[in-house]
Design a protein around this ligand. Structure first.
Ligand code: SF4
Length: 426
């Protein structure tokens, strides 16, 4: 029995019980939200993970880290180090977006070492295999795609990004994309749009959605319905192409739920601050409350080298208005494959965004972390402050780098430490 079926029958499986405890959520509410498609549990039946993760209604906002080799830079060891850093700094999930010669090796290693759920985008491997074996990704067939999905399911992937909403109708017949400042920025979206144009056929991920659902159900894999047409510029945000695809994703999400498969919905991308609320509310309405997984969103296009900050601003707003799952963005976004430091900085930025939104939304117990930190600040207990920091390594480095002259102060105000001056009275 998979997690959705159990929730529908109000059967409490050990995993659901563990999650309810971790999230301090009543088990009956958790099961109800799962059965209605408003919460999902990311776990392939055969993947052993010791940090389970549920995403959805009234739960802590989760953060995903993307890692993976590219065709230009590829090292299995380096990607495993990125996994280690991500887990150490509190990532909730990891996505292996590998492409290139080490694609299968990297994925297998990540799945075997990861204590957190692992996601992939199977169309990458299907397109690459078609290119290697048949000379072009345009020759990729429905069976090639389903074979890769089944193979990755057997290996233990917990959630798949599946771009089923990018249909032939929108690619061939509609002109919205031509009006965009930047056309298609999703890698999976670009592969599929080109395939549709070249073959003049329907997107196989849409046409054979039932076959994909059958695999997902067999392994209890959650489908992350991908936004192949997400905007790549704040000037393209919330355009007709994006909304058309979102509508399709809403239909597919409902259909998947009726077939016993959990889904989440992927979202933008690049969105100016004043459109973030609208984007989240639209998704929640169109997709019947399905969990929303946003990439950033970046609130400006000009933050190269600092895109993690732009994404954290957008992520905090998005999560505050109801997004459930943030995909991190690193400082190397749009520029290069992230380094180990980039992974750490991107993750910390997204975790700050998620937590900031969670305390504002009143997610259970989240404010206690801040309460404890404030107490440690008042008593000027730097050991405790460092321990409670979102990045204790960096906090310790900063504290020890600049020694204060007076005891129990820091070099920011020195002898005029306001907390020390007033400790007798306040
Ligand atoms: S010196 Fe200033 S910044 Fe440092 S702890 Fe005291 S009040 Fe805070």
């Amino acid at each position: 029995m998979n997690n959705l079926e159990a929730a529908r029958k109000k059967i409490v499986l050990p995993l659901a019980k563990k999650i309810a405890n971790l999230e301090s959520q009543d088990i009956n509410i958790l099961l109800k939200n799962i059965s209605q498609g408003k919460t999902v549990i990311l776990k392939n039946k055969i993947h052993k993970i010791n940090k389970p993760c549920a995403i959805g209604k009234d739960l802590r906002t989760k953060v995903n880290v993307n890692i993976g080799a590219s065709t230009d830079v590829s090292s299995v060891q380096k990607e495993l180090k990125k996994l280690d850093i991500s887990v150490a700094y509190g990532a909730d999930t990891i996505m292996d977006l590998s492409i290139g010669k080490d694609i299968r090796k990297v994925r297998k290693e990540i799945i075997s070492y990861s204590p957190i759920p692992v996601g992939t985008v199977p169309i990458y491997e299907a397109a690459q295999e078609a290119e290697y074996k048949k000379g072009s990704s345009f020759r990729m067939t429905k069976d090639d795609i389903l074979d890769v999905i089944e193979r990755q399911a057997r290996e233990g992937v917990d959630f798949f990004t599946i771009h089923s909403g990018i249909t032939k109708e929108i690619i061939v017949k509609m002109h919205h994309l031509k009006k965009r400042l930047i056309g298609i920025v999703s890698r999976g979206g670009a592969i599929l749009a080109n395939w549709i144009m070249h073959n003049n056929k329907e997107n196989p991920l849409y046409e054979y959605f039932d076959e994909i659902l059958a695999i997902a159900k067999k392994y209890d894999i959650t489908l992350s319905l991908g936004d192949g047409l997400r905007p790549g510029s704040v000037l393209d945000a919330t355009d007709q192409a994006q909304l058309y695809e979102l509508k399709k994703l809403g239909e597919l999400s409902r259909y998947a739920l009726s077939k016993g498969v959990q889904t989440i919905i992927e979202g933008p991308g690049h969105v100016p601050i004043n459109q973030v609320e609208k984007n989240i509310k639209l998704e929640k309405r169109i997709c019947h409350g399905a969990p929303f997984y946003v990439l950033g969103p970046l609130v400006t296009d000009v933050s190269s080298g600092y895109d993690h900050i732009s994404a954290a601003i957008g992520g905090a707003w998005a999560s505050y208005f109801g997004a459930d799952f943030l995909c991190y963005v690193t400082p190397s976004e749009h520029l290069k494959l992230p380094s180990l430091d980039d992974v750490r900085e991107g993750l910390i930025a997204s975790k700050i965004a998620a937590h900031a939104a969670d305390i504002a939304k009143g997610i259970k117990n989240q404010i206690n972390w801040d309460k404890n930190m404030s107490r440690a600040r008042k008593s000027r207990d730097w050991k405790k402050q460092i321990k409670l920091s979102i990045d204790p390594v960096k906090a310790k480095k900063y504290r020890t780098r600049s020694k204060p002259q007076a005891s129990k102060t820091c070099t920011m105000c020195g002898r005029y430490c306001s907390l020390k001056l007033t400790e007798e009275y306040f």
